[in-house]
Design a protein. Structure first.
Ligand code: ADP
Ligand code: MG
Length: 278
């Protein structure tokens, strides 16, 4: 099970938003997509889950062009969880998870015993059986995200796309969500905001800046002060996590009167590696 982006570029309203994106997420790998607000993370993910069409390049699932698959086939291969949001319908939690079964059913087909077993199993795996008869819209943010992951599981897709799945969650829920996702053993590409948290869970991290990948590799290789300054214009101290050895980022304050440049007079945007965008 692999996900491969090959020279992907995407235009929105006549403007090129992302260019020349190449990345591979191997079988069972958890890869992170990071970069500042507006750098194109969601645009790339939406192109993978077919909201946008590529202007150039391809999205390949196990070597097959995703655009060549029908909608149901694509949904059986690829599940998506975005930021926590309210449902416009007053579904129970169980009904919400059952929606994940849609690509496995014909129109108006009743829920089968298999559907019920898969839904039970999905809720068990995220530890949310006790919430089954609650109204989805009454859940906390963390509970909602777990249920949306259960829905993705019920879809039985082996590729999972996550767009900032832990936004607005407290530190326990952030770790819990990523721990659950890691335990699934599926191939994951996740846009994540918290770089230290990304380093704890991702085997590879791809850094975007202005629609291009400017660094990619293991968290330790990629999450350096130089790369973070180049991509985000932020001055950070990077230390090793005492338990895991993964990079942990500590922000430095911006000194007043320095034009927003970080303390210490570091020249902005020294590329960690040549950046074709600049
Ligand atoms: P990120 O997820 O990294 O914050 P996005 O992919 O959402 O970034 O956005 C990248 C850029 O594309 C931004 O400049 C954003 O304004 C622009 N963009 C995204 N969607 C649209 C749209 N539907 N119409 C116009 N511009 C868009
Ligand atoms: Mg986004």
């Amino acid at each position: 099970m692999s996900l491969h982006l090959d020279d992907l570029s995407v235009d929105i309203a006549g403007r090129r938003i992302v260019s020349g994106i190449g990345l591979t997420v191997g079988d069972g790998e958890f890869a992170g997509l990071v970069g500042p607000n507006g750098s194109g993370k969601s645009t790339i993910l939406k192109t993978i889950y077919r909201v946008h069409r590529p202007a150039t390049g391809r999205v390949l699932l196990d070597g097959t062009d995703l655009l060549g698959l029908g909608h149901k086939e694509a949904a059986r291969r690829l599940a998506v969880v975005t930021q926590e949001s309210a449902s416009e319908f007053d579904f129970t939690v169980r009904e919400m998870v059952m929606i994940g079964r849609t690509p496995h059913k014909r129109s108006f087909e009743r829920d089968t015993s298999t559907d019920h077993a898969v839904v039970d199993h999905a809720m068990e795996r995220v530890g949310c059986q006790r919430l089954a008869s609650r109204r989805f819209n009454t859940l906390s943010g963390g509970e909602k995200q777990l249920i949306l992951i259960a829905r993705a599981l019920a879809q039985q897709a082996d590729h999972l796309i996550l767009d900032e799945p832990t936004n607005h969650l407290d530190i326990h829920n952030q770790v819990e969500i990523l721990e659950v996702v890691t335990g699934l053993g599926v191939t994951v590409l996740a846009a994540l905001h918290d770089l230290s948290l990304a380093a704890l869970f991702c085997s590879a991290i791809h850094v975007l800046r202005a629609g291009r990948i400017v660094a990619a590799g293991s968290p330790a290789d990629v999450l350096t002060p130089e790369t973070i300054l180049h991509a985000y214009g932020a001055d950070v101290l990077v230390i090793e996590h005492p338990d895991t050895g993964t990079p942990h980022l500590i922000p430095r304050r911006i000194q007043p009167g320095t034009d927003g440049h970080p303390v210490g007079g570091i020249a902005p945007a020294q590329p960690a590696r040549p950046d074709p965008a600049s």
